[in-house]
Design a protein around this ligand. Structure first.
Ligand SMILES: NC(=O)c1ccc[n+]([C@@H]2O[C@H](COP(=O)([O-])OP(=O)(O)OC[C@H]3O[C@@H](n4cnc5c(N)ncnc54)[C@H](OP(=O)(O)O)[C@@H]3O)[C@@H](O)[C@H]2O)c1
Length: 219
């Protein structure tokens, strides 16, 4: 099985690379800077390919789509994401670009390659903060709304491409640079759960919004 993961330099993305390697997948790890992944790559030279690509830049999606169409792909994990409390036009535009537009465009660009897989899956790393139902504390305008947009874009992809399994996965509140040191969930626990959810994804349960334990979340 072949898995491509974005945002692998640290945190949940880095943990997911380790999880996919453990599962024996051939892994394509995308990061703006791959230096933190070099050691892992030298330990798994046949299994891990490092792709130093900034997915938020023009041409990056086409390049990845071209590469993977030659290599093949079974699982896409759109993990790269940003969180800001800024509320300027630029904060909103950048958050929507990174958190919803890029994962949508990358998913769509890789669909022709995924369609050739026997068990194609697209996992979007979303967040409970995207839930309109769950929002009782406000704030985080750019982050919340850009991830809500990701949920809607993915729900439509799931409907329009019923042969591919899509899921929106909340990783928990995780101890990473984004989650901070007070977060109750370790990266290892989160990524083990996310991986299990991904392996359980089927076209029959596509388009769900779940947490890393596989529990359904309110939209
Ligand atoms: N931690 C939590 O509690 C939590 C909760 C809910 C959802 N999430 C979601 O989980 C995912 C991973 O988060 P994390 O906690 O691991 O965060 P993190 O430690 O901040 O890592 C974020 C990753 O995304 C990449 N990234 C950020 N901005 C980017 C951009 N403009 N272009 C390309 N790559 C970019 C970073 O790459 P660089 O190293 O190049 O900056 C890094 O690899 C995110 O989608 C986040 O929204 C996290």
């Amino acid at each position: 099985m072949k898995t491509l993961i974005t945002g692998c330099s640290r945190g949940i993305g880095f943990g997911l690379v380790q999880e996919a390697l453990k599962a024996g997948h051939k892994v394509y790890a995308v990061a703006r800077n791959t230096s933190s992944l070099q050691k892992l790559a030298s330990q798994h030279p046949e299994q891990l390919t490092l792709l130093q690509i900034d997915i938020s830049q023009a041409g990056a999606i086409d390049e990845l789509a071209r590469r993977q169409s030659a290599e093949g792909l079974d699982v896409l994990i759109n993990n790269a994401g940003m969180m800001t409390q800024g509320e300027t036009a630029e904060d909103l535009a950048q958050s929507f670009w990174v958190n919803s537009t890029i994962p949508f465009l990358l998913s769509r660009a890789l669909l022709p390659t995924l369609q050739k897989s026997a068990a194609p899956r697209v996992a979007q790393i979303s967040t409970l903060m995207a839930s309109i139902h769950d929002n009782s504390s406000g704030g985080y305008y750019a982050y919340r709304s850009s991830k809500t947009a990701l949920n809607m874009l993915t729900r439509s992809l799931a409907i329009d491409h019923p042969q591919i399994a899509f899921a929106l996965i909340h990783p928990g509140w995780v101890k990473t640079e984004m989650g901070g040191s007070r977060a109750p969930t370790e990266v290892s626990e989160s990524v083990a759960g996310i991986w299990k959810v991904i392996m359980g994804m089927r076209p029959g349960n596509s388009g769900q919004f779940v947490n890393f334990k596989g529990e359904a979340l309110p939209w």
